[in-house]
Structures are given as structure tokens and as C-alpha cells.
Design a protein around this ligand. Structure first.
Ligand SMILES: Cc1cc2nc3c(=O)[nH]c(=O)nc-3n(C[C@H](O)[C@H](O)[C@H](O)COP(=O)(O)OP(=O)(O)OC[C@H]3O[C@@H](n4cnc5c(N)ncnc54)[C@H](O)[C@@H]3O)c2cc1C
Length: 288
């Protein structure tokens, strides 16, 4: 399939990109890694007259720690996340999640910002962002704002981001040392999106759960924060029965779309299974 005609722009700074966005408005689209946008253009679901490539803007790349916060440029690729020593040490959940995204071709070009901004419920970063209490820096010609991941995803391909905004940075509070983590993803084959997946962050206080975050991928129009499941575990020992009960609560909020990966009942059951596995893995990794 061949996309429609478009004019290509390659700004070298965020203000230049914002000026182009303002100039061309709805006729334009931002281009990051292109692994979601280009297929849509080839199928003519998206037909922008202007493509604004963010790839030449150096300030949108990189991973650093700043006063207890990890700051990740939106154009940082999955591969760069995976090989970041800082993330391996301080935020291994993100590394584990990025490793499970698609295949090497996609991971070399696909970016964390594009994965989040696209608003695809099948994408993995949205649930990871919920589990990590991340927030997003959005810039427009009018200024900037920081929006928490929790509440950012409002529907399939729909987020709180406005057309005139660029996501420039992802901010993640550095997880406490000794926090347990896990991303468990069921996929039919290498390179596929999740049939269902669960992200868990966990802190233990002896035998009891001190802090817990559970988020689910691809079992509703948006990623889901499994709040009732989290509440059921907080302050309690992480027994088999407690894990099974939490998984049931997580399943109770699932409303997956039916597709070639399975029907709603199967996908919901797999969300429960992924939740149980992620909880057990996070428990085994937690220290303290
Ligand atoms: C075969 C295949 C399998 C895949 N499997 C998975 C998977 O298992 N898990 C997964 O998570 N993803 C998967 N993906 C999607 C992939 O990770 C994409 O790279 C990702 O969804 C989009 O990132 P991108 O950098 O390619 O963005 P693009 O495709 O360039 O852009 C996507 C959308 O986001 C907008 N956008 C991009 N960057 C910004 C920004 N900084 N600010 C504002 N808007 C922006 C664009 O305008 C566009 O609308 C798969 C893709 C393919 C082709």
C-alpha cells in the first residue's frame, strides 16, 4: 500500500516543530519512529498533507536522573531504553516492558513518546506508565503542562493531548530501592501485541504489602489501573489466596475487544493469569 502525497518537514528544535504544527494545524502529523503512523498512512486511515519529523531534534532524546525523577526524552527508542544502564539499575520494569515490544526492527525505530501518544490500547508503555506513576511533559506554542499518566488515556487512540501539543518528556519517580517489579505479557508469537498483559510494582514491609501498583494492557479501550485489586492487597500478606482474589478483581474491570487474539472471556481470563504471574514475580524480586 502506498500513502497519499505529503510534504516532509524536519525541524531542528521544539519551537520550530511547534511553529510548523501551528502553521499546518489539522493538515499535519508529527512523525516519530513511524511504526504506528506509517502503517496507518499506507492504509489511508491517516492522510496528513504535512509530516513533521521529530527525529532531528536532539533535545527530545536521552535518559537522565534529576532529583529523584527519571526524565526520558520522548524520541528515545525502545532499544535505547533496553540498553540504558540507568534504567537497568533504577527502573528495570521499563526495560523488561520494552524488551517485550514487538521485534528488533520496531524497537530500533519506535519511540517511547510515540508509543504513549498513539493511544493504542495494545501498546505496552501506557500500562507501564500507570504502574510507574509517570507523568508527561506536553509543550505547545502557548506554554507547557505536566499531565499524569493516570487519566491521560481516554479511549482507543484518544488521549488528553491536544493537536497543537508535542510530548517532549516522560517523567518517572525513581522507584524505591528493593521494589519488586514485573511485566507479564501473553502474546501469540514474537512481534505480536499483547493478548493481555499486567504490570506490577510492589514494595513489601516484611510479609505485608506496603505499596502496590497493578496496570493492565489490551483488555479495554484504555490501559487499566486495577485499583480494587491494589486495595485488596495493601497491608496484607501476599498469599496464594490473596493473589487469586486480586486477580479476580482485576478481571472484573476488563472489557476487551474481540479480535483474532481471542474472545472477551479468554482475554479476561488471561488478564487474571498475567496479574497472578506478575504479582508472584514481583514478590520474588522485592527486597525488604
Ligand atoms: C509489527 C508491529 C508490532 C508492534 N508491536 C507492538 C507491541 O507489542 N507493543 C507496543 O507497545 N507497540 C507495538 N507496536 C507499535 C510500535 O511500538 C510503535 O513504534 C509505537 O506505537 C509508536 O511509536 P513511533 O515512535 O513509531 O510513533 P509514530 O508511529 O511515528 O507515531 C505514532 C503517533 O503518535 C504521534 N506522536 C509521536 N510522537 C509524538 C510526540 N512526541 N508528541 C506527540 N505526538 C507524537 C504521531 O503523530 C502519531 O499519531 C508494533 C508496531 C508494529 C509495526
Amino acid at each position: 500500500m502506498i500513502p497519499g502525497e505529503f510534504e516532509y518537514h524536519a525541524p531542528k528544535s521544539v519551537p520550530d516543530a511547534l511553529a510548523l504544527l501551528k502553521q499546518f494545524g489539522d493538515a499535519s502529523k508529527l512523525l516519530a519512529g513511524g511504526h504506528s503512523l506509517l502503517p496507518m498512512m499506507k492504509m489511508r486511515f491517516a492522510q496528513p498533507a504535512h509530516l513533521i519529523d521529530l527525529g532531528k531534534i536532539a533535545e527530545l532524546k536521552g535518559i537522565r536522573e534529576d532529583g529523584g525523577t527519571l526524565r526520558i526524552g520522548a524520541m528515545t527508542t525502545e532499544n535505547e531504553l533496553i540498553w540504558s544502564k540507568l534504567l537497568q539499575d533504577k527502573c528495570p520494569l521499563l526495560v523488561e516492558g520494552a524488551r517485550l515490544i514487538s521485534d528488533p526492527q520496531v524497537r530500533y525505530k519506535g519511540t517511547i513518546g510515540g508509543d504513549i501518544a498513539h493511544g493504542d490500547p495494545g501498546n505496552d508503555h501506557p500500562a507501564l506508565m500507570l504502574a510507574l506513576s509517570a507523568s508527561f511533559l506536553l509543550r505547545s506554542a502557548a506554554g507547557e503542562r505536566v499531565v499524569p499518566a493516570d487519566g491521560f488515556f481516554v479511549g482507543t487512540y484518544d488521549t488528553l493531548m491536544k493537536a497543537e501539543e508535542i510530548m517532549t518528556e516522560i517523567r518517572i519517580p525513581v522507584p524505591a530501592a528493593g521494589a519488586g517489579y514485573s511485566y507479564c505479557k501473553l502474546k501469540r508469537k514474537v512481534g505480536d501485541f499483547a493478548t493481555a498483559a499486567a504490570a506490577v510494582m510492589l514494595r513489601m514491609n516484611g510479609e505485608a504489602v506496603k505499596e502496590i501498583a497493578i496496570a493492565l494492557t489490551n483488555v479495554a479501550a484504555t490501559p487499566l489501573k486495577a485499583r480494587a485489586a491494589e486495595d485488596s492487597l495493601r497491608g496484607k500478606p501476599l498469599t496464594d489466596a490473596a493473589i487469586a482474589a486480586a486477580a479476580n478483581l482485576a478481571m472484573s474491570i476488563c472489557d476487551p475487544a474481540v479480535d483474532q487474539r481471542g474472545d472477551a472471556e479468554y482475554k479476561t481470563a488471561m488478564a487474571g493469569e498475567m496479574t497472578q504471574r506478575a504479582l508472584r514475580m514481583a514478590q520474588s524480586r522485592a527486597k525488604g
